[in-house]
Design a protein around this ligand. Sequence first.
Ligand code: NAD
Length: 274
Amino acid sequence: MSSASTGHESLAGRVVVVTGAGKGIGLAIAERFASVGAKVAINDVDESAASSAAAAIEVDGGIAIATPADVSDSSQVAEMFDRVVAEWGTVDVLVNNAAIVSPTLHFFDADEAWWRRIIDVNLTGHFLCGHRASKIMAKQGRGSIINMSSGGATRAHRAFTAYDASKGGIEALTRAMALDLGPYGVRVNALMPGSIDTVGMDPEARALRGENIPAGRIGVPFDMTGPALFLASDDADYVTGDVLRVDGGMLSQQRSATVDIHPPSMFPDIGSIE
Ligand SMILES: NC(=O)c1ccc[n+]([C@@H]2O[C@H](COP(=O)([O-])OP(=O)(O)OC[C@H]3O[C@@H](n4cnc5c(N)ncnc54)[C@H](O)[C@@H]3O)[C@@H](O)[C@H]2O)c1
C-alpha cells in the first residue's frame, strides 16, 4: 500500500485501534487507516471476522493484528490494550465503533435485559475502551479518540429506545471526555453516520432509500473513512468535543429517511399489553 498523496501522511506509523472492525463501517475505517501506513488493531467480538480482516489488510501490504474482545467486558478490554502496547508500544488513535442495534423493540415490548445489553455494548463499551486508551495516550501527551454516534442521538428512531439513548449518551460522553482529556493532549470527537449501507441492499431498495437523502444516495462505509482520518490526523489538532455529521445532509431536512422502518401498524395491539 502506498502512503503517497493521501493528505494524511501524519498518520503513517501511528497505532490505531478500531472496535467492531470485522465488518461494515469499522472494517472500512480500518482498511483506510492501513492504506495510509498506520498500524491497525482490528477488534471484534467475532474472532474469525477480526482475524480475516487483519489477514486481508496484511495481504494488501498493510500492517494489522486481530485483537478480538467484547468491548463491554472490562477484563477483555484491558487485555486487548495490553496486547496492542506489547506489540507496538502505544496507542495513538482509538475508533470506538462497535455497537449493536438488534433486536429493535417497541417500548412496551422492551425488557431490562434488552436495555442493559444495548447500553452495555454501545455506551459502556465506549467508556471502557476510551478509559483504557486515554491513559496510554496521556502518557505520550497526544491522542485522538473517535466515538460513533447516530442520528438517533438527536432525532429518535421508532422502536430504538435503548440504541438512541446509548447514542445520546455517546455524544454527551464525547463532550465530557474532551473536557477532562484536553489538558493531556487527547482529543475526543464523534462521527455521526447517516444511512450507511452495511448490509448489502438490493439496488432497488438502495435507490428508493437514497431518494430521501439530500445528497441523492444512501451512504457506503467508505464515506465514513475520510472524516475518520481527518479527526485522527494532525490537521484536526484544534478540533475536540465535536460531533461531525456524515449523512449526505439527512439531518438537515425535516424528516429522516428511516422513519418508516417501524410504522405504527407494527406497534403492539393494546389488548396484548400486560
Ligand atoms: N450503518 C448505519 O447506517 C449506521 C448509522 C448510524 C450509526 N451507525 C453506527 O456505526 C457503527 C458501525 O455500524 P455498522 O453498520 O458498520 O455495524 P455492523 O453491525 O455492520 O458492524 C458492527 C460490528 O461490531 C461488532 N460488535 C458487536 N458487538 C460487539 C462487542 N460487544 N464487542 C466488539 N465488537 C462488537 C460486530 O460483530 C460487527 O462486526 C455503530 O456504532 C453504529 O451504531 C451505523
